[in-house]
Design a protein around this ligand. Sequence first.
Ligand code: FES
Length: 574
Amino acid sequence: MARKTPEELRSHRWYGAQDLRSFGHRSRTAQMGFDASDYRGKPVIAIVNTWSDINPCHTHFKQRVEDVKRGVWSAGGFPVELPAMSLSEPFQKPTTMLYRNLLAMETEELLRSYPIDGAVLMGGCDKTTPGLLMGASSMDLPALFLPAGPMLRGHWGGTTLGSGSDTWKYWADLRAGKITQQDWQEIENGIARSPGHCMTMGTASTMTSAAEALGVTLPGAASIPAADSRHAVMGAHTGRRIVDMVWDDVRLSTILTRTAFRNAITTVLALGGSTNAIIHLIAMARRIGVNLDLGDFDELARRTPLLANIRPSGTYLMEDFFYAGGLPALLHNLGELLDTSARTANGATLGENVATSTVFNDDVIRSRDNPLVESGTLAVLYGNLAPDGAVIKPPAAEARLHRHSGPAVVFENYDDMAARIDDPDLVVDENSVLVLKSAGPQGAPGMPEWGQLPIPKKLLEQGVRDMVRISDARMSGTSYGACVLHVAPESHVGGPLALVRDGDVIELDVAARRLSLAVTDEELEKRRADWQQPAAKYGRGYGALYLQHILQANEGCDFDFLEAGVPTPEPEIH
Ligand code: FES
């Protein structure tokens, strides 16, 4: 492929002309302390940085961006740091998912409106990875993703702690009286003790690993702990590589093919990754015009083994995974389950990148002869309760619940559930099916991670640790249990979930991929005639825009007007 000339750079339109406007661009660059020799004829590289004082997963980005800039400078590029919305999972309410598409819009428009030739995208905390990649895909410049890297293992007394998973575990123990308030306080102080994203196989590790499998990071980038000096080295390598990608015009659309997305799905399944990846990968694919749906996930789940022994599905944490060889070693073990001919951002194929990767601990990264689970780590369910699909992670559920039928205990919304779940008079037993409505993309709104409904306290005290729970919500990747999620269409728009009443029998059959409500069609029609849509929560601002345009879970929860379509023209420079 012919290399670009300096005159063919996109930024040349801003800097190269001899007119009044380009005089302004050059004089204002001089105002920032740069000589023309710093940028003339060089690719301008945006470093989209989702650092924020309130995002604990990205605290190192202030320093790390300097490593990326070092790489860009050394390769003959001109780095420009562009801060973007941070989407801090623990703090942003009601849920970061409400804002993923806003970050995607911001990323796209930053890249479009400024003199940018290529981009390094710095993210990692849950929604930042899909948000950045969705936006960059719509702009379709050369772009490389730099994952934040996982934090170090958590620690309490002699025990290793994992983000999320151990929060739920010890919270249940505290409620059941098995640990003290003092223990709980010590766990609070030891569970997150370094920069970096959650170090279990939650949404962050899932999505950064998916990005690497897609080929939009440098090989090995997703597994390096944020606190490891090799993360800084990876930052510099990323900065260097993006400059060459600009000269060679390696755009995201040349990497993000259907093959790449199916490789990413296989990888997520082999990792025991978060169900959130389903929504994000579908949204990312649709942005770049790739056809991907729930059927791809169910099909690949039937043949993909679980190889990564990482919590919540396994025992270890991301730090152990890195020492065991990291994602390249896992990809190597997947062998022909991946299409290794897929091209990646470093110019090599996926197969070439992992050809010599080695596993250093075969309990952490299993071989295909010794998987944790043979297959079926995810199942897509259909039935009269979920005409457009719902999902479950069968290995996260007690096996006795894979085929279950029981009477519904219905909560109309989150507040209703919070008010009644621990009521000693709630009519519920271990065979009941807990149902939460109004937790979907429009209903909550923002489809929060409420899908792991709490077990009622009186059942916890009896030793019950799992029950069938159904909602149109998502679930944190670090959660577990027999939770049926992403029911589509959601209850708020009149999906059948809206019509469920206390005592209705619900049948779950994972092997048959079925989720059904044992209520006649006539009765459901009667209930539908009486049903009234709950009031919309937002009447103005971003929330109102969100409610008008959000798509359902099986479609990726993007805004309808952001999906692939007629290209947006380049800005006029007047
Ligand atoms: Fe940022 Fe979990 S809170 S990844």
